[in-house]
Design a protein around this ligand. Structure first.
Ligand code: SF4
Ligand code: SF4
Length: 445
């Protein structure tokens, strides 16, 4: 089954002008590598879901080319197919020609942001999230307090029981809300945690934005694991959101402003590495260079920063675990995070750390490298597609008979926890750092 892409070939006119203008135009050098071989198609979750060429990597690249050539309008159809991409980058891993699809789709989204007028409510919500909320830690904290009240006061149970959420069309999205912490990680910005025993490395922890109000426990576990393995951990005070969600949505001016702040903060001190426990953030942090033109001061800083930036699993696997770990006799399965596997090309490091835990049995899940449907804010903007991918994922997770699912990204954790609840699989979903932390705690008790 195919759709508009074939038809748009018929659109032509005298001396067509590019449909792209402004900044962040998809580069000819990037899309010209695509030889239309189609080897990426079967790795693409949205192509598998709908079977449409227009929702495949090859089809989307073709649409980008046609808009660039002025042969397809930058209109509703183009926006629909580009919006429906997860930006999971599985196609990049599959592509033998080395097409950097992530760069292309993010530029296409930047063009949509600049040259397409979305419906009123969509504009309002995007402005609120990407410009009004994520760059402002105080506002994130204020909204989190409201959500915390909703979740802990009984309002949430009431709203769920009465069916009002279903009436408002919010029932599915509400299930995906992160549980809000009682105490936010913001209070720990500016703290330094000394290494236990001889210092082997000095690292900075990237703490993120939403993670600071809903994954404080994960950050604390990460710090315990790092310090127990001889790392001094600094949590720099002025750090801000990495800008990944804004960059993925095409709101590149905001992503650039955030990147400038983080580059200044993390390059101001001497660290052996800057580490993150969020693969989605890590992928963008490592690619800050894409946000700035070559030859600019920021591009140079981004290049220096990339050399320091590590996913925490990558860093620890390289450094080697030195702390004692107790036996954790359990069967676990690992779900690859797209932005760790496809974005950062890290497959082995988290598995190596899991295998280092005595007694732990790691069983591979079928299609572990296939997106769970979280994909940044995709589960909010394209909820039905996200839930369809989650259903498939939970089928494979259940088939492993592992009571514990492990992953390396907070977004995947939330999505898979929602999946375990929706499909009543009874599985616990944890981060690699949380399992290592458990093994440490027992070893030291
Ligand atoms: S695998 Fe690469 S070259 Fe082949 S169609 Fe997909 S993006 Fe193009
Ligand atoms: S990024 Fe993912 S969803 Fe988008 S085209 Fe590539 S494989 Fe498909």
């Amino acid at each position: 089954m195919t759709e508009p892409v074939a038809n748009v070939e018929q659109i032509s006119g005298p001396q067509p002008q590019s449909g792209f203008s402004g900044t962040d135009i998809p580069a000819y050098d990037d899309y010209a590598h695509c030889v239309h071989c189609g080897l990426c198609l079967n790795q693409c979750p949205t192509y598998k879901l709908w079977g449409l060429e227009a929702d495949s990597p090859r089809g989307r690249i073709r649409q980008i080319v046609l808009v660039d050539q002025g042969r397809l309008p930058l209109g509703d159809s183009f926006v629909k197919h580009i919006d429906r991409c997860l930006d999971c980058r599985a196609c990049e891993t599959a592509c033998p020609s080395g097409v950097e699809y992530g760069k292309l789709v993010e530029s296409a989204r930047a063009q949509i942001e600049q040259n397409y007028r979305r419906p009123f409510f969509s504009r309002l919500s995007r402005d609120f999230v990407f410009r009004g909320l994520l760059p402002h830690p105080q506002r994130i904290a204020a909204l989190a307090r409201l959500l915390c009240f909703y979740q802990r006061s009984g309002l949430q149970s009431f709203a769920r029981a009465t069916g009002i959420l279903r009436l408002l069309g919010l029932a599915d999205r509400e299930k995906l809300l992160p549980p809000i912490d009682r105490k936010f990680f913001f209070s720990q910005l500016g703290t330094t945690y000394p290494a236990l025993g001889p210092r082997r490395a000095r690292v900075a922890l990237f703490a993120g934005c939403v993670a600071q109000v809903s994954f404080s426990a994960l950050h604390e576990a990460t710090i315990r694991v790092l310090t127990a393995n001889g790392c001094e951990v600094v949590v720099p005070a002025r750090q801000v959101c990495c800008g990944a969600l804004a960059a993925h949505a095409g709101v590149r001016d905001v992503a650039r402003s955030l990147a400038r702040i983080n580059l200044d903060v993390f390059l101001a001190d001497e660290f052996d590495a800057v580490v993150t426990n969020a693969a989605g953030c890590g992928s963008t942090l490592k690619e800050y260079e894409h946000l700035f033109p070559p030859g600019t001061l920021e591009h140079g800083k981004a290049r220096d920063f990339r050399k320091k930036m590590r996913d925490v699993t990558e860093f620890l696997a390289e450094l080697g675990l030195s702390a004692n770990l107790s036996a954790q006799p359990m069967r676990v399965t690992y779900q690859d995070s797209c932005h760790l596997l496809h974005g950062q090309k890290i497959r082995e490091a988290p598995r190596k750390l899991l295998r280092a835990i005595p007694g732990l049995e790691l069983v591979e899940m079928n299609m572990a490298d296939y997106c769970c449907g979280s994909a940044g804010s995709y589960n909010i903007t394209e909820t039905q597609a996200s839930l369809a991918l989650l259903a498939e994922k939970m089928k494979h997770a259940r088939a492993t008979h592992a009571p514990v699912i492990v992953t390396a990204n907070p977004g995947c954790l939330l999505q898979m926890r929602a999946g375990a609840e929706i499909y009543a699989t009874g599985q616990e979903v944890v981060h690699v750092m949380e399992l290592l932390d458990r093994a440490l705690a027992k070893a030291n008790s």
